[in-house]
Design a protein. Structure first.
Length: 293
């Protein structure tokens, strides 16, 4: 039996709206209605695993893990530090990323392609040199692939630990295959299409990864100094600890992060479930998409 508690219901709506606005931006409601309500064919049908993963509250953990992991590639980190404005406008960057994910996952094929074209245009203009003079270009397929595999590995890892409906092995393979469609459209030459290939690609990049000063600074900013009101910093700290606990052990020391396996398997896992569950409870349900006739 469902019991309506006015104060609790109002608190849930306020929390959900605050979270949604923070992630989706001031145009979030309008974008949401357009993405889900515009009729037409989609890249992914309603039964595809990419929709299950990207629609779950565990993405809050996976997204933070992805940022930390991606920062370990010095060329990717140099591009972010010089061009993304992550310190000056971190929420704007988050909102642009979340909107891109929503459009490519749930939007019409036409809108998804337009979103990809916009990102490719931005990547084409992002180039420069690291502090030691190494050139980088955001449109480089090799660099794009690192960003992609780190993101996919993070989203899937978080979902399997904290998602409402974890995937079986076939579902995980299908999720990697789904995301490969978007990666290929963005310019990744041969994105992995199953779990085994994803693990191989992640391992292949390890010799290129390092904890640069920029990466460690970004980790401190993301984990210790988020631009949030004080009331939100406690819950965010739980989210941050949960994300760090899901990083591979080899990724922590370069970022100056410690590893406490026993604590992570007990206290952190419980707190992670609590914070993800609270986010899931607060966020409004996703509207049904207007699929093609």
């Amino acid at each position: 039996m469902n019991v309506h508690v006015p104060g609790l219901s109002g608190g849930r709506e306020r929390l959900g709206q605050a979270l949604f606005t923070r992630v989706a931006g001031p145009e979030g409601e309008a974008n949401r209605a357009r993405i889900h309500g515009t009729p037409g064919p989609r890249w992914f049908g309603p039964d595809r695993p990419v929709r299950t993963v990207h629609g779950d509250a565990s993405m809050f953990v996976g997204g933070l893990r992805a940022l930390l992991l991606q920062s370990l590639h010095p060329l990717a980190m140099a591009a972010v530090a010089a061009h993304s404005g992550f310190r000056g406008d971190p929420w704007g960057r988050l909102q642009r990323t979340s909107t891109f994910l929503a459009v490519t996952t749930y939007g019409t094929a036409r809108d998804a392609q337009r979103a990809v074209d916009r990102v490719r245009a931005v990547h084409g203009a992002v180039r420069g040199r690291t502090a030691d003079g190494t050139p980088y270009h955001a449109a480089d397929p090799h660099l794009l692939e690192w960003v992609h595999v780190a993101e996919v590995d993070s989203f899937l890892t978080a979902h399997q630990c904290y998602g409402a409906h974890p995937l079986d092995r076939d579902g995980c393979d299908a999720y990697v295959a789904d995301t490969a469609r978007v990666a290929a459209a963005l310019g990744v030459a041969d994105p992995p299409r199953n779990l085994a290939a994803l693990a191989e690609r992640m391992a292949a990049y390890r010799p290129e990864l390092t904890g640069s000063a920029e990466a460690r600074e970004a980790a401190r900013f993301l984990l210790l100094h988020p631009p949030l009101p004080w009331a939100a910093r406690g819950p965010y700290a739980l989210l941050a600890v949960t994300a760090v606990s899901l990083l591979p052990t080899w990724a922590r020391a370069p970022l100056g992060l410690s590893s406490l396996p026993l604590l992570e398997r007990t206290v952190v896992r419980v707190s992670g479930r609590a914070v993800v569950g609270t986010i899931r409870w607060a966020l409004p349900p996703r509207p049904p998409a207007a699929e093609a006739d």
